[in-house]
Design a protein around this ligand. Sequence first.
Ligand code: UDX
Ligand code: ADP
Length: 455
Amino acid sequence: MKRILCIGAGYVGGPSMVVIAEKCPHHRITVVDCNPDKIAQWRSDSLPIYEPGLDEAVKRVRDRNLFFSIDVEKGIKESEIIFVSVNTPTKNFGVGSGQAADLQYWEKTARQIVENAESPKIIVEKSTVPVKTAQAMEEILKMNQNGKKMHVISNPEFLAEGTAMNDLEHPDRVLIGSHESEEAIRARQELVDIYAHWVPRERILTSNIWSSELAKLASNAFLAQRISSINSFSALCEKTGADVTEVARAVGMDSRIGARFLAAGIGFGGSCFKKDILNLVYLCHHYGLPDVARYWEEVVRINEFQKERFVLNMIQSMFNTLSGKRICLFGFAFKANTGDTRESPAISIARRLLEENAHVVITDPKALKNARDDLAEIKGAIDFVEDPYAAACGCDAIAVMTEWEIYRNLDYEEVFSSMRKPAYLFDGRNILDHRELQEIGYSVYPIGKPPMVPL
Ligand code: UDX
Ligand code: ADP
């Protein structure tokens, strides 16, 4: 039996420990967080995050071999393996502001480990961290006066929200990086043995520690780059009369390119992509590679361009003014099947619409609480309405922000009859049947396809 601790009970720490607990019933896992409300929620029937399949899995393992606690110090003392999945937001002050990662939570955690460790520990970096975080961590851990050995291992998490449970249970790969000394490789092997309970050995990759840290940034940068690539083509499609879905299908059937992550939309959101690319840009500058930095910076710039383009299209098509018009946002989460709104394109689009004096009505099946928090400081007319029919009633336009399944299946005749005319539908995710909407009487504006005015 191993005693495992996870510091940070967020989107990464929570689900990944639930899966380890489920797959390794003989290990005892404790998840700690400095936020007592969050821990209280993990212990209750209403978990702090929405993730399909998570509620049921938590019920199976909680208080069996998975425990939630606020006692970080006790957790450190008792455990042999410590996963660290505290947040690493982008710095918003001082040197590196707007690009570098803010490692204050990491540093605090490292210091807590040093102060409380009474036996050797394996420390596992789980949250996305800038390359060389392990080095910083090691510097702090060296201060441990008891001379207890600490091994820092990099084990980046590749789960995507909305599919986290499946991603964790059937990962494409698990990456574990360490130093190459005999002792470090032994520590790394302990982690390999944990994953080997359910992940085929050939999918468990081991590497040096810097490769592991950098591979995580590189994976996210490649994924984000695909989205910016197809979004840049969506702009060109709208000008030329090409259809971005047809272009993506043709491109994606090239087996060297592949079909996934080519859905044009309003731009990528989520806590990782922008943050990681900005980290990468910072790193490139730091190592004297301004050309490489500029290359990746463009991926983020195209993402901003895509959001702004969407708003400008709305303004232009609605007679160059949104003043006093009611616009209903279908969805606020950064993607379907999550309540998470971090970096959601809907946030900046809502702000821009409010700047144009529009009245914004927001509906979302899981993200309304976060949406309220995100827009708390923003002045303007905003309503939050749970039922999509009630939200769209009396509106001039609907703009689809999130590809929730429920929006595909609404009765759009009924919605149309309750809206002001002309009724506009801006499908920011290309999920609706545009021909059918046009026949109902909507003016339809998809992404990367010619607009469709009522027949
Ligand atoms: C991402 C990575 O996929 C994951 O491996 C990493 O661990 C964390 O970051 P996540 O941000 O949870 O995961 O979701 P993801 O599915 O990657 O979507 C990110 C954003 O890209 C969303 O806003 C999504 O709507 C958008 N997206 C995705 C597109 O616009 N088009 C696509 O084709 C795919
Ligand atoms: P991620 O998406 O990377 O999981 P989250 O923000 O969802 O990020 O989760 C990170 C969690 O880490 C938060 O719940 C936060 O309260 C917690 N946290 C941050 N610093 C510490 C710390 N020093 N000790 C314990 N928990 C911490």
